[in-house]
Design a protein around this ligand. Sequence first.
Ligand code: ZN
Length: 231
Amino acid sequence: MKHRLIPFILLLSLLAACGGPRRLQGPFEVWERTVITMSDSVMYVGVVTDFQDSLELRAACRDLSDEELRSDLYGMLASKMLATVRSPQQGGVGIAAPQVGILRRIAAIQRLDREGEPFVVYPNLRVLEHLGDTVRGPEGCLSIPGRRGIVPRSEGVIISWTDPQTLQTVTEEVHGFTAIIFQHETDHLDGILYTDRADTVFANPAWEAERAPYAAQGAYDKPRWRRGPEY
Ligand code: ZN
């Protein structure tokens, strides 16, 4: 019986050789494309209490290539990350790509230091330098719901990112609470959570109460297609 399978095996090998590698050559990997295109405009935000999410939250993220930055998929991911962080059920001041299951160096950050306090998406974001004194303040995280912590941070930072239009590297000096947000979100891109740096972490019942009505509507439920075979 075995020899009859050989033509099929050869055919399958040929199909894999033609189709497999070519799919991976385009911008983003197959799983990343799935997450970007299948997600609702408000994406599922991973939490530390979910095993699979916790691994994603601890992973180091990769940069995006110029080809990826020019792609429609990047535009779709950026707009979905913005919609997610600004949604009433999340209501954050920043979000990083690993929180939505994409292990790339991208963060959406609210520029509280600019007029109108706009959200801006920063690809290939890094903190180049820490400036000024260490300050301590409260922080929360969309991936650690119901908790807050007191975290020491630098008062200012010099950041760099890739401008998605010109593809040039841009640097900027940022101070105050916006600099804290940049530090929190770039930590996410290196697999670091604020609880790693916090002096104290405590329960935040007010936040839990705020989220309760959305939780009752299933707003934080993990989509079935995001769940691995272990669930
Ligand atoms: Zn966070």
